[in-house]
Ligand binder design. Structure first.
Ligand code: ADP
Ligand code: MG
Ligand code: MG
Length: 906
């Protein structure tokens, strides 16, 4: 066990620093770092993450005993720095208790402000500050937060409102005012009484008066919150280990609720949605803590420029903006100048976009937090590229700054240009998180999940979101909130998720009880269609079609940069010329897998395929195959033309034949009629083809071995197409691939047919072309026998889907029954079909590469399973020395970046 659990920070002494995130959590480490930079931060101390581990493992009593003496020293330090006493009735030191884990988890854990107040101290605070309203406002806030977070007074059901907010709403109504700030000291005093009464009646306990009891309650609640459901969910969604634990920060309060020359706000050093290099933020006058984020009042903008842009979107006139919603820059120019210079200091110091929290207390600026800001995928790319251009970071850092999977968002669909021009705008909100979304309205997060499970697309519509809504936000196509600004919970979380979000659409009235939303007198019900443009903030009625996006400028630059660092080549899995062109546009340098059977379903080809399957003898099969030949040849020719100059790997027929036949009676009858045979004939053949384990049945090269004429037809189609494409002036680079090989004899059998067919075609055509014959390595035996197979096969392509399935003995079609539980219980860390099982399946890959290359130096090795597009798997494939990975066309950019990052990690 460590012998130190407490690290202080303040003007006279700071023990922590930014590189101590593991011990201090992100918030604590950065508070210490800001102190070191000479920035004004209220003094405090951090209880280390190790204490949380003691709590989790040994419980409350043990952790308290372990850290009590140090916590007392910490409080004494803050008392000295502030010149006030904790628990003093005349001039009390108040503190905040804030959680903070290593990775930032926004809104995941709850902060308690103004701790240390009681009936006596609140009077002392009133007297000392000369501001009675402020004192009671602080006290009612404290009771509210503590009552919720520590004592657990929550709404009783999802339709219910927060019990404290209900009391506040009643008070405002009774008084006929709209805003919290309109409540007087007496009103607030009254609220305190009612808050305590509701706690007493609902929980059967008194609100604690003793500051130390309050402090320990809060500290334990923070530890506890590490294991609350939403924190766990966030961790599982973001791959944050449960074992990390959270730190606790105890910090002297500064007050933004002292009146009109105080306030609190949040700002970003660059635009988190677009990435534009523009300082921006929001604040509220006479407010505290989360008021800005919670959407309680309409926040004002920090900069004048931002304020003007906001006014345009919010449809507020310049006169109204200037009088009702002036920017901080206009309202408090001196504070603004300080904030501007602080944000510059911070960004230059951290060399990344910062998300900062500040409070102004009677004309003095305090920083409460800084961290690398969450950002939309597009912003991630733009910020990295612009910081590189600005000389703030180097190429390597720029490449590492972008999370490969987030590139997905830049490839997301956008609204179809013509359709959107005709669509009806019903409301204008803030462009909180870019993207286009269309779906049916739901009003609750859990219902969003239910609907999505039924296969529906939904838009989650809320007054404002809270961390409880996380699950629903994750599955919705888009999020619309009536309240809240650009820094609201919904906006921040949506950007982090890469989810389209429009926030603060003021014209929208949400009534969750009635499950309706009203805009301009028109009522929209649950289930009605709605479309959102998160880039413009517009809300449209109805379902607006979308279209695919293209690579933008910064994106292109990033990709070029990635190509300069990566070793792996990135190919695509593509079955049609259209897919091949998309892949090529995204930078694929070849096709790693063309699944010939996908072509069998097009048009009425399936008829010929079925004829072949139903044929009773070879002659019948050949006749049917003969009809397929020209169609396959045409497909391949298109593919070769699209991939001119680049390699194209074509796999021979792979799936079990029953996949091409209908399985229900109605369709079987229809097929019988079409083919002029009896229904019984069809049914008989289907039953005949039935297998208990089709994935391990009659498929792959086993088909070509049973029916050599299939391999013959496919080889002929490929070679003839290659010759045709070559004759048209294309540079053709063919790789023919035999699936599911476990023995070199299987490979030899098929390779012989392929080569003989090619020779025949060359003789007929009096022309020839180079081609390669290789194999998939996708059965464990194939991997084990890679040395003998490698002597014959000219390339290996790992089919990691089948290899995973057979190595783990997990049927991919049945994992739904046990994998979720398995993952929860930690039997495996990841879904092995999504990210390759490096320690198990990975050994086979590594071994087969070594064996194959030992007998055939320079043997070309690649991967064509789903794993080829997964960044963690790509890193592994890079390490074992593969030549290429092949993934779906839309993942090609992700794979390019992931391959560069893998190379940079060497
Ligand atoms: P989160 O992790 O959810 O961001 P924080 O711990 O940052 O929660 O607390 C939320 C807000 O509470 C901060 O943004 C800040 O405005 C306010 N706050 C926290 N501690 C203090 C303090 N010591 N003085 C004034 N405000 C504080
Ligand atoms: Mg914060
Ligand atoms: Mg396979």
């Amino acid at each position: 066990m460590p012998n130190k659990f407490i690290y202080v920070f303040g003007p006279s002494k700071t023990e922590g620093a930014a590189d101590m995130k593991n011990t201090l959590g992100g918030k604590g480490a950065n508070l210490a770092e800001m102190c070191r930079l000479g920035i004004s931060v209220p003094p405090g101390f951090t209880i280390s993450t190790e204490a949380c581990t003691v709590y989790t493992e040994h419980g409350e009593a043990q952790v308290r005993q372990t850290i009590e003496a140090e916590v007392r020293q910490g409080v004494a330090f803050v008392e000295q720095e502030m010149g006030k006493k904790f628990g003093d009735a005349k001039d009390p030191l108040l503190v905040s208790v804030r959680s903070g884990s290593r990775a930032s988890m926004p809104g995941m854990m709850d902060t308690i402000l103004n701790l240390g107040l009681n009936e006596e101290a609140v009077r002392g605070l009133a007297e000392k500050s000369g501001n009675e309203r402020f004192a009671w406002d602080s006290y009612r806030r404290f009771i509210q937060m503590y009552g919720d977070v520590v004592m657990g007074l929550k709404p009783e059901s999802k339709e219910d409102h927060d019990p404290f907010e209900v009391i506040i709403d009643e008070a405002k109504e009774k008084k006929g005012v709209e805003l919290d700030t309109d409540l007087s000291a007496d009103d607030l005093k009254q609220l305190v009484g009612e808050f305590k009464a509701v706690i007493r009646s609902r929980l059967g306990r008194e609100f604690p008066d003793d500051p130390w009891e309050q402090l320990w309650g809060a500290v334990m609640a923070v530890f506890q919150s590490w294991n609350n459901d939403r924190a766990k969910l966030y961790r599982s969604m973001n791959d944050i280990p449960d074992a990390w634990g959270t730190a606790v920060n105890i910090q002297a309060m500064v007050f933004g609720n002292l009146g009109d020359n105080s306030g609190t706000g949040v700002a970003f050093t660059r635009d988190a949605g677009s990435g534009e290099d523009l300082f921006n933020g929001e604040f509220l006058i006479n407010a505290q803590g989360e008021d800005v984020v919670a959407g309680i009042r309409t926040p004002q903008q920090v900069t004048l420029e931002g304020s003007r842009r906001w006014a345009e979107l919010a449809q507020v006139s310049e006169a109204d903006r200037g009088s009702k919603f002036p920017s901080l820059e206009e309202l408090m120019p001196r504070m603004y100048e300080q904030l501007l210079s602080t944000q510059t200091t911070l960004e230059n110091h951290y060399k990344d976009m910062q998300d900062i929290e500040f409070t102004i207390q009677e004309g003095k600026l305090w920083l409460l937090q800084t961290r690398s800001g969450k950002r939309a995928g597009a912003a991630m790319v733009r910020i990295a590229m612009e910081m590189l251009a600005q000389g703030l970071i180097d190429e390597k850092t720029a490449l590492m700054r972008v999370t490969p999977d987030r590139l997905n968002e830049l490839l997301h669909p956008v609204f179809d240009g013509q359709a959107i021009a005709k669509a009806v705008v019903i409301a204008q909100g803030l462009p909180a998180s870019p993207g286009a979304a269309t779906g049916q309205i739901v009003f609750f997060a859990d219902e969003a999940e239910e609907w999505v499970n039924k296969g529906k697309d939904v838009i989650l519509v809320r007054q404002e979101t809270s961390p409880e809504d996380l699950r629903g936000m994750a599955v919705a196509k888009g999020i619309l909130t009536a309240r809240g600004g650009m820094t609201s919970h919904a906006a921040v979380v949506a950007r982090g998720m890469g989810k389209c979000c429009v926030s603060g659409a003021g014209a929208v009235r949400v009534d969750p009880r009635a499950r309706t939303m009203t805009v301009g007198g028109k009522v929209y019900n649950e289930g009605d269609w709605l479309s959102l443009d998160g880039t413009t903030g517009r809300v449209y009625a109805g379902q607006v079609p979308t279209q695919d996006a293209e690579l933008s400028g910064d994106f292109g630059t990033l990709m070029q940069l990635a190509d300069r660092y990566k070793h792996l080549a990135i190919r695509a899995n593509a079955d049609s010329p259209t897919d091949a062109r998309v892949a090529r546009n995204f930078g694929a340098v070849g096709i790693g897998l063309c699944r010939t059977e996908h072509m069998f379903f097009e048009g009425d080809r399936i008829k010929s395929v079925r004829e072949m399957i139903l044929a009773h003898d070879e002659a019948g099969r050949r006749a049917a195959l003969f009809k397929l030949l020209p169609m396959q040849r045409g497909d391949f020719e298109g593919l070769f033309a699209a991939m001119d100059g680049l390699p194209v790997t074509i796999r021979l027929l792979d799936p079990p034949l029953h996949e091409f036949l209908p399985h229900d009676e109605a369709n079987q009858r229809m097929m019988a009629k079409e083919m002029g045979v009896s229904y019984e004939d069809i049914k008989h053949r289907v039953d005949d083809l039935h297998e208990s384990n089709p994935m391990m049945g009659h498929r792959g090269c086993r088909l070509g071995i049973s029916y050599p004429e299939i391999t013959e037809m496919q080889s002929r189609a490929i070679i003839e197409a290659a010759l045709d494409a070559k004759a048209q002036g294309h540079d053709v680079n063919v790789e023919i691939m035999v699936p599911l090989v476990g023995s070199v004899r299987e490979f030899n059998d098929q390779a012989r047919i392929i080569r003989a067919t090619a020779a025949a075609v060359f003789a007929e055509r009096k022309a020839s072309i180079d081609f390669m014959v290789g194999t998939m390595i996708e059965t464990p035996r194939g991997a084990l026998m890679a040395d003998t197979i490698g002597e014959q096969a000219e390339f290996f392509s790992f089919g990691t889907n089948d290899l995973t399935q057979m190595t783990l003995g997990f049927s991919r079609d049945d994992i739904g029954k046990f994998l979720p539980h398995y993952l929860k219980e930690g039997m495996y860390e990841h879904d092995p079909f999504q990210s390759i099982d490096q320690e198990g399946v990975g050994q086979l890959v590594k071994m087969a590469v070594e064996k194959g290359q030992a007998v055939r130096p320079g043997l070309k090795v690649g991967v064509c399973g789903e794993h080829g597009g997964d960044p963690a798997s790509i890193e592994f494939f890079h390490r074992v020395g593969l030549d290429y990975v092949s993934c779906s066309p839309f993942r090609v950019p992700i794979a390019r970046l992931a391959a560069a990052q893998a190379a940079l990690k060497d």
